[in-house]
Each structure stands twice: as C-alpha cells, then as structure tokens.
Design a protein around this ligand. Sequence first.
Ligand SMILES: [Zn+2]
Ligand SMILES: [Zn+2]
Length: 313
Amino acid sequence: MVSSCDRCTKESVIYLRYSGQHLCRDHFLEMIGKRVRKEVRGQGIIRGEQRIAVAVSGGKDSILLLNLLKEIVEPIRAVSLVALTVDEGIDGYRPSSLDIVREQTDRLGVESKVKSYGDLFGMTMDEMVEKSDLGPCTICGIMRRKCLNVMAKDAGCTVLATGHNLDDMAQTILMNVLSADLDRMARLGPHDRSVEGFIRRSMPLRTIPETETYLSAHLLGLPIHELECPYSETAKRGHYRDLMMSAEEVTPGSRHSLLKFQKQLASLISRSDISTSKCPKCGEPVFVGEGKRSCRACTLLGDLEGAHEKETS
Ligand SMILES: [Zn+2]
Ligand SMILES: [Zn+2]
C-alpha cells in the first residue's frame, strides 16, 4: 500500500526512518531546501564573500549542490559561483562526467574551470596508480585536495563548497575515531575560518543522507552519473560504509549522531592552534604537525619519480 505524506494528502515518495516521516515530492524537496539553507547560514558561506568556489565532479551530489547553491546563494547578494572540476585522468570514467559538468554550468550560467592532474602534476591518475604502492583513493585524495586548493585560490575565492553528504561525513568521522586521529578530526570541515594557505571548506549537504541526495537529484531531473570510478572497489572506505550501514540499521540516526559528535568536538578544538609552513617545492601550505617539509602531493610525486628512475635505470 502506498502511504500518503504526513503534511498533505499527496502520495509519499520517501519514508525517513530516523525521523519517522513520510513525505511527498514537494514536501521532501522543501525539507531538503530548508536543511541546505540552514547549513549555508550556519556555516557562514556567504560571510562577505564575493566569489564562492564549488567543487563539481559531475556526480549527483556536486550537481545537486551547484543547483541548490545557485538558487539559495546567488539571489542573496552580489555573490557569484565558480565551479571547479578536477580531471584526474581516469580513462573511461572522467570524460562522461566532464560532459555533465559542462552541460550543467552552461544551463545555470555558472563560470566553470577544469584542471587536470596532467596539467598540475605532469602525470595522470592512471599513471600514478601504476607507479605507486599506495591505494588509489589515498593518492587521489591527496592530489585532489591540492588541486582544488590551488584552483580556488587562482579563481580568487576564499571558500570552497563541497558536495559531501551525511554518509560521507559519518564514514570519515568514524574512520578518524577508529584511528584516534584527532588532528584530522580538527581539520575536517566545515571550517569557520581559514588556516594560512588553505581555503576554508564548507559542506552544505552534510546533514543529508545519500539516499536523499540521490532522490533529490532524481526528482529535480538532474543528471546522475551512474559510472562508478574503476578504482573505487579498492577503497577502505567501503568497509566503513558497511559498518555505518549496519549501525544505522540497528540504531536509526547513528549517522546524525556521529555528525553531532564531530560538531561538538569542533567547538572544543581551536583551529588557531593549527600552524602551517610553506612547501619548499610548490609553495602550498603544509601542516607543521605532520613532521614533513614538503606538502603531501610533492612528497608523493617525489616518490613516484624515484620509482620511475629505479625502473628505467
Ligand atoms: Zn506533502
Ligand atoms: Zn608541494
């Protein structure tokens, strides 16, 4: 039997187990809009900013984020969005999502910038994976972070919004808790202020579960990039996704609780304690606590080049 919406007589499109609500299309989308507006205000995304960078991969979350921010942020003040896309150089995967980004930014009239690992690092993701012993997601995480930081600065932005949803956030928090990594926890966004050299990050979708970002994108008729990254199956993250799903199964609301825990912790940790130095190779910031002089990307590239020299000598 089809249930009806708790707020009107229309047919329900979703049941939210953690809050016990049935919602129709319109009431569901209204709720999503309200949650994102609340995060946009609470995270101070438009605090004096004129240009806001949005990380847009072409996946459903980032496309939804771009559409919602266009609707929420742009009318408020003379604020403009800049979509930043990283082309990792993953054969058979990235090109189709680049088409989606182009089509969406054209339709929305949003400035779009694309940078490839090849341009910035002289090597594609496929080449890096072949040469490194590190997991592909580790490599990609380091490189993408640097690429987006450089791109946001080049675009004259002081804040970068990313499409992380509640599941992404809960998995990351759980990983940090289980590895007792308080430094990483302190650096996890959203950030209320910038740390020297690093663009502050904002996550407007962080309270929205993945099933709901998927449904929102679907109901709004947005393109959903179905291709999965060919490297994703090797991700350690998959293990934490399963853990989180079983926690949610036993105790609905577990993901929200983890997010709340991180928010409480963030208010106890002062970001002013985080100090950075400059990478001698590229000038990008390095966290002093990490005990390295070069940034993680330059260290990794140095290792890859070393491996290459060994092979060819
Ligand atoms: Zn309704
Ligand atoms: Zn560097």
